[in-house]
Structure formats: structure tokens, C-alpha cells
Design a protein around this ligand. Structure first.
Ligand code: MAN
Length: 561
């Protein structure tokens, strides 16, 4: 038995189990039966003007230019497109470019699946059971070869494997449907998040505009105010501020004077004690003129002192004055400070007498006028930014925090929108896999695939990890690879390819990149990884997400919805 890629391909175009009628010449496939109905003549299929005798069919001589007169022999194998190129000297056309009318020798394969075999394998002494399980291709027993009919066994095994494949496919499709459902839910959540963020951004936008207007308004109205020592009011405010600091100054001075007075009083008391003692203890018989004069002066001083201390400034009164001003003692400065009126506000106090709607309008106009006057140097502006009123600061801070909140929310909204628009493959199916990773080993490395994120080469010897690319897009590529017995292969057809690019730079070369080819499988698995060329990696990966979109029985298709 032998087979090549070309033969396997032929196997893939197996026809239904239609068997050619008994009366047909050997090797005629069911779809060509009509050309061989006549018992007397045969017209070449591609050149009907060339008519042959019925006996010339399968007479082992290639008479028709398209080879249609030899469906059951290898006589026209030279024009068989499945035969190797071989301009045979004996060929009718002299070239192998002639289009053959028949696809090959038809093996009926009763009990299995009828199939075409390349003409060059007819009677070549080899049993080609893969294509011709009934052994009819070796009918002439060339070299004594006899090919028994094995269609029963082969057909049975084929059907078993087919059933297994069908069940695998069904299980994989079911898993895919689950993934699609999960993806749909994830998408819905992102959509809800976006809707909420949009509302929040809209609200913050309005708030921002409102605070912007408020800030401008406050700033304008504050700009006309005179700068004050304690930060309040107009001229009155300035006066209050000055008075307050003056009073505090005097109170501090008084406090110090009181301390000095007490010190001096202590000294006076000490001296008086000394002189009293002198007067009482000196010896009058001792004729000391200096002592006598001092005692006399002390007696005169003591006689001139009042018996009670002067009562017009009691210590308690002074202590009262020294108490700090507050709502309950001294001056309540706050009462004078709360008025925010500026000089100009005082002038325009008459606004209060206007009806509310007119007042707002007039107030606005006056504010504009004030701002204009400031801008044109007619009214004084706050000279330094340090002089900004608390009102303006508060308005500015409120505006800044609204601006920040707005920018943060807008950033989140844009990120979610990008996430929603990202291509997650057909039916959005890969959305459910995002953030998950799988890996498989090859040689000295483990290769990791993180869905829609990055691919990584991990050294088994602990030499560290290498980024093999970051996800960029999903592509579709036609592949043609031999089916594998374990099913872990890409097979033939359009396959999804995830492109990962801009990985770690390759020494003396480009950045690493990975093409992740996806095949249908029941579980996510890295089948194999190869370095196709330096720093360009090819991963073959199985996943239910890559399976065909097989509809659940009873579930309406998209078109039916
Ligand atoms: C490392 C690995 C290889 C790669 C070379 C390039 O050894 O990433 O896959 O080919 O670097 O220098």
C-alpha cells in the first residue's frame, strides 16, 4: 500500500456510495454513466465528434484526446492530472497538458465509499486499499497480485472513526456555544458599563460647565474687591481688620505693663519692709545723723501714703480687658467681618429693591461692567494671586475636582469602548477566553499563549522568559495540511490565525512575533510550537472557539431571526 499527499487529497473528494451499474464498463464513475450507455458506439466526452466502436472502450489503447475511452485501464494515465508530469512519446496529444475528461478509475467500494484512483495505479501490482478497498484496481492480477475485498472491515472502522469524529465535533460545538454565550454576557456587561459611564460623563460634563460658569461669575465679582488685611469686606472690612489688630496690640502691651507693675510693686514692698525694720530697730541714743534723717524721711513718706489702695482701676477690670475678644466678651469682630460687601457692592446696594428676575439680569450686567472696568484699569483688581478670596478658591477647587472626575470617567469610557470594538473573532467567541493562558512544551522551552494578550517563551533551564509578541489582530489563512490520526492538526481549509507582534528584539534581527494557527478541538491546547524562521514562531493550537459555527438543533439561525 502506498499513499502520497495527492492521493490523500483524492480520498478527500470521495463520492457517495453510488455504485456504477453492472452493465457499465469497468472504472466508470456514476456521474459519467450516461456517456457509456450505447452498446455499439462511444463518443469521446470532450471531443464528441470523435466516435469509436464500443469495443474500443477499455481496450488498453488511448484513442480519445481526453482519455475518456479508457476509464478502466492505465492506458491514458499520461493525461491523468493526478499522474506525475511525463510527456510520453506515445501520448495522443504529445503533451500532458491535455485536460482529462475522467477524474480517475472508479472503485465501487461496496460496503464503504466509492472513490476515484489515479489511472497510473490501475494494475500496477499494488493494492491501494486506502482508495480502493474492494481491490478492483488490480483486476488483471499483474505480477500475480490478488487484492482481496476489504471494504467490510475498512468501512466499519471508517464508520467508527467517523462517528467518533462526529461526536467530538458535537461536543466541541457545544463548548463553542457555551463560549459564545459567555462572550455575549461579557459583551452585555461592557455595554451596561459603557451606558453607565456615558451617563456619568454627561452628568459630570454638565456639572463641569455649571462650576465653570460659577467660578467665572465668582471670580468676576471678587475681582472688584479691595484687598484686605484680614480678608473680609470692603473699606469697612479694612477698618475692622486694622482695629482688631490694633486692639490686640494694645492688649498685649497692657499685659506686659501689668507684669512690670507687679514686679515693681514687689520691689517697693521689699524696700518698705527694710525701712520699717530700720525705723523699729535703730538706736536713737547713737547719734548718727544719716540714720536719723533716713528714719525721718521714711516716717514722712509713710504718713503721706493712703491707707487703702486707689480703687479707680481694679485688677479685675484689667483682667477683663485682657480677656480675648469673643462672642461673649469684649468685641465680637465676626459680626463686622461676615459682610462680603465690596466698595462697589455698597454703591449698588439698590439692586436689592429690584424684582428678583430684573435683579439677576441687572446683577449680571453689573458684574460684566465691573469686569470690563477692571480689565480697562478703571477699577482696582486683586493685585496678587495670594489675595484670591476663599470664595474664588473654593469655586476653583470645585471646578478642578469636577474636571478631574470628568477626565477619569472619560478615560474609563474610552477604554471600555475600545474593548467593545475589539475584534474577538466570529460571534465574538474569543471574548470569553481573554485573560486565560495555556502552554505546551517544545525542546528546551515551554511556550505560553495568553489569549488576546501575549505569547511567551519560557526557558526550562531557568534562563528567564522571552516575549514572543503582543496580540494585534485576527486573520484568516487557507491551510492545507494532512489530517492527523489524533485529530490535533489544522487539516485543510480556512483557519483563524491570531497575530502576535512586536515581541522582544531578536539578537541582530527583528522583534519576535508569533502566528497562532487555530484548529477545532474539544479543549484549549497548544498542540505544537516551532520556530519557523529565526524569531518567527508558529503555534498550532486547538480550541472549541475555533470550531465551526454549528447550530444547535432547534435553534433558529441568524438569518432566520
Ligand atoms: C533565544 C530564543 C530562540 C531565538 C534566539 C535568537 O535563544 O529566543 O528562540 O532563536 O534567542 O537569538
Amino acid at each position: 500500500m502506498r499513499r502520497t499527499g495527492a492521493l490523500a487529497l483524492l480520498g478527500a473528494i470521495a463520492h457517495g456510495s453510488l455504485a456504477a451499474s453492472e452493465s457499465l464498463p469497468r472504472g466508470v464513475g456514476p456521474e459519467f454513466a450516461k456517456f457509456f450507455e450505447s452498446k455499439t458506439t462511444f463518443a469521446c466526452i470532450g471531443n464528441p465528434s470523435i466516435t469509436l466502436k464500443a469495443s474500443q472502450v477499455n481496450d488498453n489503447s488511448c484513442d480519445c484526446p481526453d482519455g475518456s475511452d479508457e476509464p478502466g485501464t492505465a492506458a491514458c494515465a499520461n493525461i491523468d492530472p493526478l499522474s506525475p508530469e511525463q510527456p510520453l512519446p506515445g501520448s495522443v496529444t504529445g503533451t500532458t497538458n491535455t485536460t482529462a475528461a475522467l477524474p480517475g478509475f472508479w472503485c465501487v467500494n461496496a460496503g464503504h465509499i466509492g472513490n476515484y484512483l489515479p489511472f497510473m495505479y490501475v494494475n500496477d501490482g499494488i493494492c491501494d486499499y486506502e482508495l480502493c478497498c474492494d481491490g478492483s484496481d488490480e483486476y488483471a492480477h499483474a505480477g500475480g497480485v490478488r487484492c482481496e475485498n476489504r471494504c467490510d472491515t475498512i468501512g466499519k472502522e471508517y464508520r467508527r472513526l467517523e462517528e467518533q469524529r462526529r461526536q467530538n465535533k458535537e461536543r466541541s460545538a457545544k463548548k463553542r456555544r457555551t463560549l459564545v454565550k459567555e462572550s455575549r454576557e461579557l459583551r452585555r456587561r461592557v455595554e451596561v458599563k459603557i451606558a453607565n459611564l456615558k451617563t456619568e460623563v454627561r452628568d459630570l460634563d454638565a456639572k463641569k460647565a455649571e462650576l465653570q460658569a460659577k467660578f467665572e461669575e465668582v471670580e468676576r465679582s471678587e475681582r472688584g474687591k479691595v484687598v484686605k488685611s484680614e480678608g473680609q469686606g470692603g473699606k469697612l472690612g479694612v477698618l475692622v481688620g486694622l482695629a482688631k489688630s490694633r486692639v490686640n496690640e494694645l492688649r498685649n502691651t497692657l499685659d506686659k505693663v501689668m507684669d512690670q507693675r507687679d514686679d515693681l510693686q514687689d520691689k517697693v514692698d521689699q524696700l518698705e519692709d527694710i525701712l520699717t525694720k530700720l525705723k523699729e530697730e535703730y538706736n536713737p541714743n547713737f547719734n548718727d545723723e544719716g540714720v536719723k534723717a533716713a528714719v525721718k524721711a521714711w516716717e514722712d513718706y509713710a504718713a503721706g501714703q493712703p491707707s487703702e489702695p486707689k480703687g479707680d482701676l481694679a485688677d479685675s477690670d484689667i483682667m477683663e480687658v485682657l480677656k480675648e475678644d469673643s462672642e461673649i466678651s469684649g468685641i465680637n469682630w465676626a459680626e463686622f467681618e461676615t459682610g462680603e460687601a465690596s466698595d462697589v457692592d455698597v454703591v449698588y446696594n439698590w439692586e436689592a429693591y429690584l424684582p428678583a428676575q430684573v435683579r439677576d439680569y441687572v446683577h449680571q450686567k453689573l458684574n460684566l461692567l465691573r469686569a470690563w472696568a477692571i480689565e480697562n484699569g478703571i477699577l482696582a483688581d486683586n493685585p496678587t494671586s495670594g489675595g484670591e478670596s476663599r470664595l474664588v478658591t473654593a469655586a476653583r477647587e470645585a471646578l478642578d475636582s469636577a474636571k478631574n472626575a470628568h477626565a477619569v470617567k472619560l478615560g474609563q469610557l474610552e477604554e471600555e469602548q475600545r474593548e467593545l470594538e475589539k475584534d474577538y473573532g466570529p460571534d465574538d467567541v474569543f471574548r470569553a477566553l481573554k485573560g486565560k493562558c495555556i502552554s505546551g512544551e517544545a525542546g528546551e522551552y515551554d511556550y505560553e499563549l495568553c489569549w488576546f494578550d501575549k505569547t511567551t517563551q519560557k526557558s526550562k533551564k531557568g534562563h528567564g522568559n522571552t516575549n514572543m509578541g503582543n496580540f494585534v489582530r485576527v486573520d484568516k489563512v487557507f491551510v492545507d495540511e494532512e489530517e492527523r490520526l489524533d485529530g490535533k492538526g489544522l487539516g485543510k481549509g480556512q483557519r483563524l490565525v491570531l497575530r502576535y507582534e512586536n515581541g522582544q528584539g531578536c539578537w541582530n534581527g527583528p522583534n519576535r512575533r508569533t502566528d497562532v494557527y487555530l484548529g477545532c478541538a474539544e479543549t484549549d491546547e497548544v498542540w505544537r510550537t516551532v520556530e519557523a524562521e529565526k524569531c518567527v514562531y508558529k503555534m498550532e493550537v486547538g480550541s472549541p472557539a475555533a470550531c465551526e459555527d454549528v447550530q444547535e438543533p432547534g435553534v433558529p439561525t441568524k438569518d432566520e431571526l
